[in-house]
Design a protein. Structure first.
Lengths: 289, 107
């Protein structure tokens, strides 16, 4: 017993000495590795982290900018006014949005556009195009696509990315806004600047992957089949192969990663998800027709 | 037969051919091929404002939104449609009924 105690004490003392001697070296090596990892991240990621340190818009600012931007989107494309369809997309969107981490009044609309796309604006305004709806097979696909946009709004991705861009049209408008007193004119210009950036900006890869992933999980949490967004992306990957579809898909592809890469990222996540979710194909087909 | 009649006939047929080609020039561009099989039947704020469908107007051949489109200024009707989006938000009771009908998860 006495011998065992002596061995234990000696082992503990040796471990303490080794740690005291080399622990600093290990820690420094770890710090260096972390710094290298940080450096390897894309520039856009670092810019977004800087932006996330900005003071976020107040709820009122976000709401006003959202309303002005939504009005401009409607002016540009037109909005589907068929009440049954508008109500349905809102209900699907709300079913998912009730699980969003940031609770604001989410609103959904269908843009009358030949392009395939969905857009997340400040203040909870989310649009999907009628052509995107035409390409969907069931309600779970719609829920997944809206889930992706809800994540962008909830996590303020676009706000952070746009405000981090130096010398952008948005930066110019922010500077002008400080010296102007005509509120409607400022809002109109802000909406112009926001959309100019939105249609030309590519969010960082981790933001897009994160929106696919968390949008999918949010839709699954609401009770939808987890493969909704994944299946829609697979459909888009197939139609993309035809050159004549370039015009319809060009905007989406210019601001998002390629469809096959998104599919590859999302597939293992969907594979691990609960398989009991609903696709609700019949309800979708009875409304989207 | 008068000698100038064949010349008159030739001139008339040339004029008709010219008219036909002008008609072709005036014809609207063909509708774009649908991307997907399904085409939605709907009422749009755009088609109520304008008599013709805009199709890919405002979208350049690469699919990007063009500068002219970005310069569009919203009208009072567009602002009203934004308000309508807020009004279209379902009530808690409507949402609960929709969730229940689909067998989705109640929160």
């Amino acid at each position: 017993m006495k011998r065992a105690l002596t061995i234990l004490t000696l082992t503990a003392a040796s471990a303490f000495l080794v740690n005291a001697q080399f622990g600093g070296v290990f820690n420094k090596a770890k710090e260096k590795m972390d710094a290298a990892k940080q450096k390897a991240k894309p520039v856009s990621d670092r810019a977004e982290r800087v932006a996330e340190n900005y003071t976020a818009w107040t709820p009122q600012e976000e709401q006003e900018i959202g309303e002005a931007t939504a009005a401009k989107m409607i002016a540009m494309f037109g909005i589907i006014e068929t009440p049954q369809l508008a109500r349905y997309v809102n209900l699907v969107g709300q079913s998912v949005a009730q699980y969003a981490p940031r609770q604001i009044p989410y609103r959904f609309g269908i843009l009358d556009s030949e392009i395939v796309g969905a857009f997340a604006l400040p203040g909870g305004f989310i649009f999907i195009t009628k052509t995107a709806l035409e390409g969907m097979a069931n309600e779970a696909q719609l829920a997944g696509a809206l889930g992706h946009e809800i994540v962008h709004v909830s996590e303020r991705h676009l706000e952070a990315a746009i405000r981090s861009k130096k010398n952008s049209s948005w930066a110019v408008e922010e500077a002008k806004a400080k010296t102007s007193s005509a509120a409607p004119e400022v809002l109109r210009r802000r909406a112009d600047a926001f959309l100019t950036e939105m249609f030309n900006m590519r969010l960082s890869r981790d933001k897009e992957d994160g929106a696919d992933e968390r949008g999918t999980l949010m839709a699954a949490q609401a009770g939808y089949a987890a493969n909704g967004l994944l299946e829609f992306l697979r459909t888009l990957a197939v139609v993309q192969a035809k050159p004549e579809n370039q015009r319809a898909l060009g905007q989406l592809l210019s601001t998002h990663p390629p469809f096959d890469e998104r599919v590859n990222h999302l597939a293992p996540i969907v594979e691990k998800s609960d398989k009991s979710g609903k696709t609700l194909e019949a309800r979708f087909r009875s409304t989207v027709k | 037969m008068k000698p100038y009649i064949p010349w008159l006939l030739a001139l008339a047929s040339l004029a008709m051919a010219q008219q036909g080609s002008e008609k072709k020039k005036d014809a609207p561009p063909p509708e774009p091929e649908p991307l997907f099989q399904k085409k939605l039947g709907y009422k749009s704020s755009k088609t109520t404002k304008e008599s013709t469908t805009l199709g890919f107007n405002g979208i350049d051949p690469s699919g990007k939104v063009d500068q002219k489109m970005l310069a569009t200024t919203p009208t009072a009707a567009d602002q009203a449609n934004v308000k309508k989006m807020s009004d279209n938000r379902p009530t808690d009771a409507d949402l609960k009924a929709f969730v229940k009908e689909g067998g989705l998860n109640a929160k």
